[in-house]
Design a protein around this ligand. Structure first.
Ligand code: FES
Length: 80
C-alpha cells in the first residue's frame, strides 16, 4: 500500500492508503480530522487543494499527493 504525503492546514502529513481512497475518508478516519464533514449531495466536504476548491468525497487521495490541502475550518480560522 503506497504512502501519500501532502501538506494539511500547515502541517506535513502522510497516509498509507489505497490510491482510490477518497480524500475525505483519509481526513476523517486516518488523520482523525473532526471538521471534515460528509453529507449526501452537498459540498460540506469541500477542501482547497493548492487554492482550488474540490469535493474531498470525490477526490482520490492519490490526487492530493505533494499538494497543499486546506480545510474549511482552517480557512474560517484564518478569516476570523
Ligand atoms: S460529502 Fe457532500 S459533496 Fe462530498
Amino acid at each position: 500500500m503506497p504512502t501519500y504525503r501532502f501538506r494539511l492546514d500547515g502541517c506535513n502529513v502522510s497516509v498509507h492508503a489505497e490510491a482510490e481512497l477518497p480524500l475525505l475518508f483519509a481526513l476523517r478516519h486516518r488523520l482523525r480530522l473532526k471538521g471534515a464533514q460528509c453529507a449526501t449531495g452537498c459540498s460540506a466536504c469541500t477542501v482547497h487543494i493548492d487554492g482550488d476548491p474540490v469535493r474531498s468525497c470525490l477526490l482520490p487521495i492519490s490526487a492530493a499527493a505533494g499538494k497543499t490541502v486546506t480545510t474549511r475550518a482552517s480557512r474560517a480560522e484564518r478569516a476570523a
